[in-house]
Design a binder for this molecule. Structure first.
Ligand code: MSP
Length: 534
């Protein structure tokens, strides 16, 4: 049986409501999951929430609620957003769920029983917003002109000096293994620049240990450490294990019941070190073999607002719900426009800049003017000239202009596949839209309205409209991972109802039944389309 394609998102912290950054990782993961389903594969898309730790405890205290009640409220907001964005997750894991807590505790117990943990007192620096440790050694390596900073090297916020007794996982012990693993798995981390970053990180000594516990009197909100009453689990150790706890990892048997290993872990670049260094080391310490390691960690870039970093203090946090309900007000497929913008605007892996103008301009140019117009014109002409039924093509009607468009549409899936294998969502969309532009140009050149005036050109007219309907069919399939509701609407407008859409059908021609009545076809991207269409 072929392996289930296993895609994960990070587990989002629930100290505040979701924003554009969270939605970006989620939409990318959903897009890939949908693409593999379209290919006929079985897919498992895991998402969820990271609910323990000091930062969440503090946010709950500030809201005057007990932590569990507080996180329940924020989790509901994440789930609502995923519904609004049409995220097709198969499982939503919350780190406060017993099924996860059990696995975390079993992993800790096993590591301790096998003497893989050290008990000691640790001195270092802690960044609460990032829930991340920095050792003196790490800060010294990053010192500028001999001055060691006490600001967080990732987010620049002040670090807190900590000296804590707890349990430690040796990192340096595993370094040579990780170095070799990376060398023999050159695509373990993508994009390549991120791989190089990690490879050079493990070429130097790592901090000797990672503290994986917290004293209960300082952080009360965490998974109790089974062998040490005074400690809870470090939130990162707890959260990373979600990738295996959700798919039925049996810690003692070292067996995976579900779709492990993960085919892609989607993350942002800020949590690369946790995923590409700590996570494989944790798995290695647990006895997981090289063959059972995750296959790919992809670190995407960050969204800024204009040129500024998003932050609470600047008050510029982009709320996807506001963009969808207000900036894109009146759009029947606003959530899909938002998905399209995020996936198309920047090459996946690079940083992006969000602005209302940028999203409105994509809506106007790519969606309303190009895609919307193509769909609208094709269906209106089938309505007008072919009594609203998919016309029959005529061999006699073939002309030189038809061949290149047909070939571009039939060959499009292969081009999309090439881009999607490299997780180049923007490039995949760019290729799809290029064929949309080509089809619009075809309409201008062939001028069906001119043909309609000459009765002897009826076969030619029907052939041209049949070709355009077939192009639209290909688009209604290929756009599904990116804009699921728009693609579904296009499918129904073609009169295909609930018939399944399969990627393999894009390489075949004449798949629409001749005579099939098209459906009602309100414009997909109104307002803007009214301004631009002629
Ligand atoms: N809880 C950890 C992840 C644990 S995974 C086992 C965490 N959570 S987070 O809520 O802070 O971030 C979740 C994801 O959102 C990360 O992939 C992060 O990169 C992404 N983003 C947060 N802000 C972002 C932007 N401004 N732009 C793009 N993505 C960013 O880290």
């Amino acid at each position: 049986m072929p392996k289930t394609f296993y895609v994960t998102t990070p587990l989002y912290y629930v100290n505040a409501a979701p924003h554009i950054g969270h939605s970006y990782t989620e939409i990318a993961a959903d897009c890939l999951a949908r693409y593999h389903r379209l290919k006929g594969e079985t897919v498992f898309l895991l998402t969820g929430t990271d609910e323990h730790g000091q930062k969440i405890e503090q946010a709950a205290a500030a809201s005057g609620q007990p932590p569990q009640l507080f996180v329940d409220g924020v989790v509901a907001r994440f789930k609502e957003l995923w519904t609004l964005l049409n995220i097709s997750y198969d499982d939503f894991l919350r780190t406060t769920e017993p099924r996860h807590v059990r696995v975390v505790q079993a992993c800790l117990s096993r590591l301790q029983q096998e003497h893989k943990l050290h008990h000691a007192t640790y001195q270092g620096w802690y960044c609460t917003p990032d829930e991340t440790f920095w050792t003196n050694q790490e800060l010294a390596e990053l010192a500028v002109a001999g001055t060691v900073s006490t600001s967080c090297p990732t987010c620049q916020r002040p670090l807190e000096a900590v000296s804590e007794e707890g349990w430690y996982l040796p990192l340096e012990n595993h370094r040579l293994w990780l170095q070799h693993f990376l060398a023999t798995h050159p695509t373990f981390v993508r994009p390549e620049t991120r791989y190089n970053e990690i490879a050079s990180l493990v070429n130097r000594p790592l901090p000797e240990y990672l503290c994986i516990t917290r004293p209960r009197q300082r952080v009360g909100w965490g998974i109790p450490v089974p062998f040490s009453e005074g400690h809870v689990t470090y939130v990162w150790f707890d959260a990373l294990l979600n990738y295996i706890s959700a798919v039925g990892y049996d810690v003692y048997e070292q067996r995976f019941a579900g779709p492990w290993p993960a085919d892609v872990h989607f993350i942002g670049k800020d949590i690369l070190r946790h995923h590409a260094v700590y996570w494989p080391i944790v798995l290695h310490a647990l006895g997981v073999s090289n063959e059972q390691m995750p296959r790919l960690i992809f670190a995407h870039g960050w969204w800024k607002v204009g040129e500024q970093k998003m932050s609470k203090s600047l008050g510029n946090i982009v709320d996807p719900t506001v963009v969808i309900n207000h900036v894109l007000k009146g759009q029947p497929f606003a959530a899909d426009v938002y998905r399209y913008f995020l996936l198309r605007e920047v090459p996946f892996g690079q940083d992006g800049s969000f602005s209302e103008e940028a999203i409105l301009s994509r809506l106007s140019a790519d969606l309303a003017h190009d895609l919307g117009n193509l769909v609208n014109r094709t269906l209106s002409m089938i309505e007008r000239y072919c009594s609203g039924k998919i016309p029959e093509p005529h061999a006699v009607g073939c002309a030189l202009d038809d061949e290149p468009l047909q070939q571009a549409a039939v060959g499009l899936a292969a081009q999309v596949e090439e881009a999607m294998t490299r997780l180049e969502f923007s490039a995949a969309l760019e290729r799809i839209m290029r064929v949309v532009t080509q089809a619009n140009r075809y309409i201008e050149v062939v001028g069906p309205w001119r043909l309609a005036k000459q009765p002897e050109q009826a076969p030619r007219l029907r052939t041209a409209l049949s070709l355009l309907a077939e192009v639209m069919r290909v688009m209604a399939i290929l756009l599904e991972p990116f804009m699921p509701s728009v693609a579904q609407a296009m499918w129904q407008q073609l009169g295909c109802g609930s018939r399944p859409r399969r990627l393999q059908d894009t390489a075949r021609w004449h798949q629409l039944p001749v005579g099939q009545p098209i459906g009602p076809h309100p414009v997909l991207f109104p307002q803007v389309v009214a301004e631009v269409s002629g």
